[in-house]
Design a protein around this ligand. Sequence first.
Ligand code: ZN
Length: 481
Amino acid sequence: MAEEKQGARQARKQAICRKAQRRHSHFYARCAHWSFNRSGEIEPIRWRRERLVLAGTALLITLLSGFIMPAWASAMRPAPTPEVHSLLPLALPKITPANFTAATVDDWQVVRVQPGQTLSDIFTARGLGMTDLQKVMDTAGSAKTALHNIRPGQEFDFLLGSDGSLKGFRFDQDQASRATIRLDGTRPSVAIQQRDLDLREQVAHGVIRSSLYAAGDQAGMDAAMVGKLADLFKYDIDFVQDLRVGDSFTVIYDDIYRDGVRYGQGNIIAAEFVNQDKRYTAYRFKKADGSYGWYSEDGRPIQKSFLRIPVDFTRISSQFTATRMHPILGRMRAHKGVDYAAPSGTPIHAAGDGVIKYHGWERGYGNFVVIQHNNSISTAYGHMSRFVKGQRVGERVRQGEVIGYVGMTGLATGPHLHYEFRVNGVQRNPQTVTLPKPEPLPAVQMARFKAEVVKPQLARLTELDARITLARANVRANHDN
Ligand SMILES: [Zn+2]
């Protein structure tokens, strides 16, 4: 009986072993012809080496992922911000003269601003009072303007004494200078330290496989830079509907380095985007007045007079139709706008610069805004849940400015924006209407733009594309071999 069991166990063991070998056989079949000496004899891999090969591979993977890759990654792109030490609400042990060593290094605590936090919130959370904040303000001098408007993500360093008193406070006055306030000396003092800022040019090339952000990430761009790229081409490409697998982009951009550490993203210098085989370009150009703008290869501003879509929508719930059969009334009824479904409260942006012509309730449209852009063109926005405080008829709005929020006021069955594009008072299909082309650069600037920007940058983009195409061809050739 015991022997039978033993035999059965043995047979099962062998079966598992065979199965494992079969499973791995595709691996052995693939590497069986690997050889470092093409003309030499190929030594077949013996089965008893399997464990050795697997163990070796596992060790290699561990080494790579554990040590080499993180070290390499951090060497390639240093962390943009210092580590955040969050403060635990624990009482620190009191430092008594007995355990106090002479060579103590100041232990600055880095605090990152959370959304909605004020500077006094941050001070209070550290157990500090308004008098401490006032002392910092008084000592900071001209640097204190940087403390009036703090942003989430910004960092402040605190140096606290053993008794919890404020000994020092450190903050960025601007991108290139850092202020350090000391309150532990004989007199409060502030020191401004200039920081070394430099721009480092990067190039990236991505191909869309799943999403724009995934492609950017794979090309080594951070999300903010991908956002800038999308922002640049948003007038020509609808990234929600038009993006296709196989679309590609090439970008030359700056990263900002501070004291040798990557600090943030700079500007896009040149970019091209191929969307459904149509090529779009953008080049950064310093205009005559000293400000910068982006222009396509033919010298026209990238920024168009109108946004094609004024809301970040989830789907189009109703298209523009000159006539449509009303499902309930059973007669033809036109829908002279596009309905963009979006969650209630989604901001609605002015499609272009203009003046508010209507602002209030309109039958059917609910809360309604009309913007007059020029003599002939106006845009209209319906069903808003609410308006933006302070805006009224006659007021100027800039393109992109928020003018209200998505809702379902008036005749609406769900939250959406009803958007109309009107030419001389007649509604046109906002999705297909030919938008006025922006004026190209004037002749003198155009010549400078072509010679100083397009010629050299286009050469670089073309060279990059050629190199990537060649690399891909090589990969394909290797696969075919
Ligand atoms: Zn509608």
